[in-house]
Ligand binder design. Structure first.
Ligand SMILES: *Cc1c(COP(=O)(O)O)cnc(C)c1O
Length: 400
């Protein structure tokens, strides 16, 4: 190994650290849940968890675990093959049929992660005669997926419908054959929902297609957890939905694209992350299938999640904090300066509440925040404890 190269890497790491951007990882010594055991010096600590994507609390659900264990007995541990050679089981096909049915689409195709689904969905469907119009706050995997496509690229300012219309006009003026608008269903740093009815109306007016990445919604938002298209009443108009089994739907792993049959069929022929990567492990596929079944019927968990979200939002606001408005279980507590977010996160940590602070460059300068996420794994008492910890820490730091 070249010393010069390693020195170069260390210098880059030092720059990241000096800029205050160095990410450290805490380790859990047990399952994901409302309460977690965090590995700490000299042992483990029990903490209240406000930063997992475990919205319905299915990550350690006994029926999901049992389904995964049973699948391991019946189907083995791994697939050891890409799908088109000899790498899929009845389980994988069942999972695809189930998620497609859930979202009201012809079919679905499962990838190892939604990062792969987004990485593989654009390039096979759209060529250089075509246009992709992308929201400026879209997830990194959409940005990368769009980069891999040969289509012309257009970007519009987050949720700015005038900017979207300008991009649609520009794409038409540039002679685009087919145009696809791509947006996150929920913008995860802010917790608000994309303006899907307006986007779909503009898509109708300009003859464009619509793709929604619903990773932060499938399973917990909309009727039966059918996501933001259902929530906003445009379930039939959204052409392509991408999503994950790594969040609400058990939190294992795996991603999908659900759409009309020719779209799914062509992705099976051409999507590179699908063609050249291993299939989901059988227990993961079976756990996701069970989680989807539970989520579809979990109106009780969705109601609890909603109730926690309202309770927490009202509680921290009453304590003097400002939150970003929205209807999702993502509730950012806005703090302004990065230092304030870091200090408050540390003070909450001391009080046994696990949160994540976000600051520039992840969010704009001056908009540092602590992003909290509610979960049906929490009780109302847990939520009250979290509110009390925010109030106490905020007073100690003279933020409120
Ligand atoms: C989490 C997330 C992804 C990635 O999903 P994985 O299945 O974890 O790869 C993609 N898009 C959005 C909007 C996400 O929130």
């Amino acid at each position: 190994m070249s010393d010069a190269f390693l020195r170069h890497l260390r210098a880059t790491l030092d720059e990241i650290e000096a800029a205050g951007l160095y990410k450290t990882e805490r380790l859990l010594a047990g399952p994901q849940g409302g309460h977690i055991r965090v590995a700490a010096q000299g042992g483990e600590r029990d903490m209240l968890n406000l930063c997992a994507n475990n919205y319905l609390g299915l990550a350690d659900h006994p029926a999901v675990i049992a389904a995964a264990a049973a699948a391991m007995d019946e189907f083995g541990f791994g697939m050891a093959s890409v799908r088109f050679i000899c790498g899929a089981q009845t389980l994988h096909r069942e999972l695809e049929r189930a998620i497609a049915r859930h979202l009201g689409k012809d079919d679905a195709i499962v990838f190892a992660a939604c990062f792969d689904a987004n990485g593989g969905v654009f390039e096979p469907l759209l060529g250089e005669e075509d246009a992709i119009i992308s929201d400026s706050l879209n997830h990194a995997s959409i940005i990368d997926g769009v980069r891999l496509a040969r289509a012309k690229r257009y970007r519009f300012a987050n949720s700015d419908m005038n900017a979207l219309e300008d991009a649609l006009k520009q794409a038409a003026a540039d002679g685009a054959r087919f145009t696809l608008i791509a947006t996150d269903g929920v913008f995860s740093m802010d917790g608000y929902v994309a303006k899907l009815p307006e986007i779909c109306a503009l898509a109708d007016r300009y003859g464009a297609m619509v793709l929604v990445d619903d990773c932060h919604a499938t399973g917990h938002l909309g009727e039966k957890g059918r996501g933001t298209p259902a929530l906003t009443g445009v379930g039939d108009r959204v052409d392509i939905v991408t999503g994950t089994f790594g969040k609400t739907l058990g939190g294992g792993m795996g991603g999908f694209v659900a759409a009309a049959q020719p779209i799914v069929d062509l992705l099976r022929q051409r999507a590179r992350p699908y063609l050249f990567s291993n299939s989901l492990a059988p227990p993961v596929a079976a756990g996701a299938l069970k989680a989807l079944e539970i989520a579809a019927a979990a109106d009780d968990r969705r109601a609890l999640l909603q109730s926690h979200s309202r309770r927490f939002r009202a509680g921290v606001e009453a304590a003097g904090f400002r939150t970003q408005p929205g209807v999702t279980p993502i509730i950012p507590v806005m703090l302004g300066e990065a230092k304030m977010a870091q200090d408050l996160a540390a003070a909450l940590d001391q009080r046994g509440v696990y949160v994540a602070g976000f600051f520039f460059p992840v969010v704009p300068k001056g908009q540092a925040r602590i992003r909290t996420q509610m979960s049906a794994a929490l009780t109302a008492d847990d939520v009250d404890l979290a509110i009390a910890a925010f109030a106490d820490a905020g007073r100690a730091l003279r933020i409120v």
